[in-house]
Design a protein around this ligand. Structure first.
Ligand code: ADP
Ligand code: MG
Length: 381
């Protein structure tokens, strides 16, 4: 079989989804000389000002996905909520990277967990619950646990913790009486994630693991390269490489891991797209995640993921806008701090509006500076 062709600058990249990840991907792609078409339900989505064309359509509008594919040399995704049918039909016209199978595996927690365990990767002990009775049974077996809707959850949305069987009714109702994955609630030593890029030629590059800190199940800050006990980074990167090979990934995959106090490394979840926990790579590594994704889907040689400067990012949620636009100049006065805003018109509490990154000589200093920079945004006088 001949090698897949290189998709050269000047060609057009299609992105299913036009949120902040699509926007940053479009900026990188444009910087490298590509044209960018975006499909998103909102014609004023964050990626719209930097796209050459926006198709306003729902993520399950198969005809619109085909229209996007017809005008593009390759199509990728920035969100999992794309109907697999859209990707399948788009693939009849142009390469879609990732493919529909990879997307399907990541967008339903049941499929994801079953696939991971079938491949020999360890996850949190879990049960699939497709009825109230099954949820009750899961709580009986697992003890204190978290119920997650099988599809469409993000930032802790669609999740409820429960400790007793008598909480099952309320949980089942509040999560919409939908299929669930129920996981044992674990005490974590820390959370980390690895980004892995794989091109159609089979070239693979992993990033050094980021250590991630969540507050109320939303990523609060993330640092790359994360400080980890000896051997953990190598184990996580090797698992990431292995997962991407076994999936036949084309594009970028973010894999979230839990590290347990006894040293066990569990796979939490996967996303075949750029990732919030990969933002530090933009300043930390020679090649950021967005440029890497462009290289991967265009079958260009992948860029070096060597760390040039430890970097931490702090997410900026809409809450910081409660008294108007935050005083960004105060954060930017700190050496090594950069601002990334997503161009969202309305700030709502909990909504990701942007992030700050801080690069420093050590990762601890980077984390401290990112936190300091963000605190300054909350100080009004
Ligand atoms: P999301 O799609 O919202 O990112 P996750 O499954 O990654 O969903 O859960 C969000 C966060 O909730 C995790 O990063 C972790 O902090 C916490 N969490 C999720 N599942 C568990 C678990 N089984 N035990 C302990 N903490 C968990
Ligand atoms: Mg997660």
């Amino acid at each position: 079989m001949s090698a897949p062709p290189v998709i050269r600058p000047g060609s057009t990249i299609g992105i299913l989804g036009g949120g902040q990840l699509g926007r940053m991907l479009a900026l990188s792609a444009r910087g490298m000389g590509y044209r960018v078409h975006v499909l998103d339900p909102d014609s004023a989505c964050p990626a719209s000002p930097v796209a050459d064309r926006v198709i306003a359509a729902r993520f399950d509008d198969v005809e619109a996905a085909v229209e996007l594919a017809r005008g593009c040399d390759v199509v990728t995704v920035e969100i999992e909520r794309i109907a697999t049918e859209s990707l399948q039909q788009a693939a009849r016209h142009t390469p879609t990277r990732p493919g529909a199978e990879v997307l399907a595996r990541a967008q339903d927690r049941r499929v994801e967990k079953r696939w991971l365990t079938s491949q020999g990767f360890t996850t949190a002990p879990f049960a699939v619950a497709e009825s109230l009775e099954a949820l009750r049974e899961a709580v009986r077996t697992l003890g204190p646990c978290v119920a997650k809707t099988a599809r469409e959850g993000y930032d802790g949305k669609g999740q409820r913790r429960l400790a007793r069987v008598d909480e099952a009714d309320e949980t089942w109702r509040s999560l919409g009486e939908k299929p669930l994955v129920v996981e044992q609630w674990l005490t974590l030593a820390l959370e980390l994630s690895v980004l892995v890029a794989r091109s159609p030629s089979g070239e693979v590059k992993t990033y050094p693991p980021a250590v991630n800190h969540h507050i109320q199940q939303i990523l609060d800050w993330s640092a790359m390269p994360g400080k980890l006990p000896e051997g953990v980074a190598a184990r996580a990167e090797s698992a990431a490489r292995d997962i991407s090979d076994r999936m036949g990934l084309e594009g970028l995959l973010a894999i979230e891991f839990f590290l347990l106090p006894d040293g066990r490394l569990l796979v939490n979840e996967m996303a075949p797209r750029p990732h919030n926990s990969g933002h530090a790579a933009t300043e930390a590594c020679l090649t950021g995640q967005f440029e890497q994704l462009v290289r991967a889907i265009c079958n260009l040689p992948l860029g070096s993921t060597e760390v040039v400067r430890p970097t931490a990012i702090a997410n900026l949620l809409g809450d910081l806008w409660s008294c108007g636009e935050p005083p960004f100049e105060r954060a930017l006065a700190i050496e090594g701090v950069h601002l990334h805003l997503y161009g969202k018109e309305t700030a709502r509490p909990g909504r990701k509006m942007g992030h700050l990154s801080a690069s420093a000589r050590t990762v601890d200093e980077a984390i401290a500076n990112a936190a300091l920079a963000r605190r300054r945004l909350g100080e009004f006088s």
